[in-house]
Design a protein around this ligand. Sequence first.
Ligand SMILES: NC(=O)c1ccc[n+]([C@@H]2O[C@H](COP(=O)([O-])OP(=O)(O)OC[C@H]3O[C@@H](n4cnc5c(N)ncnc54)[C@H](OP(=O)(O)O)[C@@H]3O)[C@@H](O)[C@H]2O)c1
Length: 299
Amino acid sequence: MTILLLGSNGQLGKELARQLCAAGSVAAFPRTSLDITNHKAIQDAVHCVRPNIIMNAAAYTAVDKAEDDAVQAYAVNADAVGNLAQIAQSIGAWLIHYSTDYVFDGAKPTPYVETDRTNPISVYGASKLAGEEAITQTNSQYLIFRTTWVIGKDGNNFAKTILRLASERDRLKVISDQLGVPTSPALITQVTLDAIDAIKNRTAWPQGIYHLVPQGRSSWHEVAQTVVGFAEQHDIPLTASVKDIQAITTAEHLTAARRPLNSQLDTHKLRAQLSFNLPHWKDDFLAVAGEIVKELQTV
Ligand SMILES: NC(=O)c1ccc[n+]([C@@H]2O[C@H](COP(=O)([O-])OP(=O)(O)OC[C@H]3O[C@@H](n4cnc5c(N)ncnc54)[C@H](OP(=O)(O)O)[C@@H]3O)[C@@H](O)[C@H]2O)c1
């Protein structure tokens, strides 16, 4: 199995790059050596690598910035993805792509299933939906994993920001009315490897969109309390503790882009294919918190 991995320097891309060798030979490219908006360069790389699987971990993920930068957001999240799908189709390769709950408006009171009506409320969400549609409109073989709140040990993310703020301030205000769960790049990678195993064994999962998140339900406020509590238990010096994290509403913290209030994704479809059980979000997240805290302890 030969895999072409794009966007290998992101949170997810780095984890995939570390672990994909278990699935075959991997040609991994960060943006600096292969920009997915350069369609000719992608064509050349595919010609050279001859992959069985094209895996796209590249994305324009600056949600607020995208509101004023729609052209670039669409170039990366939609047009480039459509190009990848066409190339995958032309060489008979699988395309594995990642998307987001931001394709929904968050108004549904219960977890979203894959067939629910999409209705993005931000440029980022709309550009990611356009990317999904660019794939589903081709005849390529594809898997699209929609996930939420990606937090890993690499790159900047919510958990690292909260720990930094908790070491600089006495009190923190964190939104408590957006519901969802953090998802680790390690879990996304484990699911991706399971899907690749099925492709290798000629028992490929039905192509389509799958919701990929751990079990349970949380809020940004609870995630912030969890990581601060964990850091305290591990003697990381902080100026704000769990009790100093105040819950606020989305209306009290306005951002350039609107975010869905309900980011819960139903995973029945994925669980019907997986060879292992999805962990509870707390177990998945505490493994990440452990890595982040270990890094802080060695600084
Ligand atoms: N982060 C989240 O909370 C979240 C939530 C739901 C879904 N997702 C989805 O999950 C996937 C992985 O996200 P992530 O958290 O790993 O994002 P990330 O850390 O922001 O990584 C994205 C990577 O894409 C690269 N990239 C951007 N434009 C590119 C281009 N034109 N060509 C090639 N590479 C390019 C970036 O390069 P640089 O390193 O050079 O900037 C970065 O390394 C994405 O599809 C995202 O939409 C993320």
